[in-house]
Design a protein around this ligand. Sequence first.
Ligand SMILES: *Cc1c(COP(=O)(O)O)cnc(C)c1O
Length: 361
Amino acid sequence: MNRGFNFSAGPAAMPTEVLERAQEELLNWNGNGCSVMEFGHRTPEFEQLLDQTEADLRKLLNIPNHYRVLFMHGSASHQFAMVPMNFLAPGDTANYLEQAHWSKKAIKEAQNFAKIHVQRGFQQTDEGLAIVPESEWQLDDAGKYLHFTSNETIVGVQFKTEPEAFAGKLVCDMCSDILSRPIDIEKYALIYAGAQKNIGPSGMTVVIVREDLFEQMQTHRVPSLFQYPLMAQHKSMYNTPPSFGIYLASLVFEWLLEQGGVEAIEKANQQKAQLLYDAIDASIFYHSPVAKDSRSIMNVAFTLSNPELDSMFLKQAKEQGLLALKGHRDFGGMRASIYNAMSLQGVQTLVDFMREFERKV
Ligand SMILES: *Cc1c(COP(=O)(O)O)cnc(C)c1O
């Protein structure tokens, strides 16, 4: 079978060029005579790779020097607990926006550590699911931070810009749209993103955190590996880091820089999303459940007017090499995840298939 167009929400498609390069270098990385997977992390060669990976990420996201970059083991779900563990002392509180699936899990973990102020983040409108306007939010001013999910992967709802509130004190689950567009890092206390959507393989999470916050962190009861200050002090190498994940991330970052960086990739992402949403809106057979202003350019959810055709749609799509279009189990319908690595050609092929499917049924 040829390599298909992979619309998986995560683990998600990686750029083919990156995988080819990793394949080429797998047995003999950089002339070292072995794979990077088999290479000691406390070596000048690996440290150079780590430094370069961090430098490329800083360049891509324009990360100021007073922010630290950590390459941590584990997934975003680890961060759901690590953020409150590090930031909140007994008696402290924090604000959490409740937005469908992932933020609910983050809230549940945070509630193990402190009393959490929850603000509803999503609402149903005539046009579909939408972000509650910020003017209607009621936040607790005493909160140490405001946690939100920039792109809700399951339903395909995305913030177009950062919230105005809690500037400098935002904590963001940016798993599914990090590196898809420029962001204003200074608005954030901390950003975390599991690698498997826009960065690399699962099992690694990138954390960007403002360094001066370390002083106030509540680390005395936190296991070493979960302490942000300690991980930063050891440059992500308190223990063996996720070295193969770091290596693949380095190739992805290089690839992104070659594409022209996040400004260029944002344009490409918008073009891809527009093509798909236009096709959905132009048809009465396909329907987007999300209000226009809140639609994600990373995860495009849509339904067929007759759900009984879902399995036929998926089967025929797969036969054409259009993979993993099934919606999340909690939501149903379809979802096309079109992260950075998805080409315009892939989206065009999907749109052509959708038109043809509609015409035939
Ligand atoms: C995928 C995803 C997660 C969960 O990632 P895990 O690696 O499974 O913990 C959390 N938040 C968002 C927004 C996601 O897209």
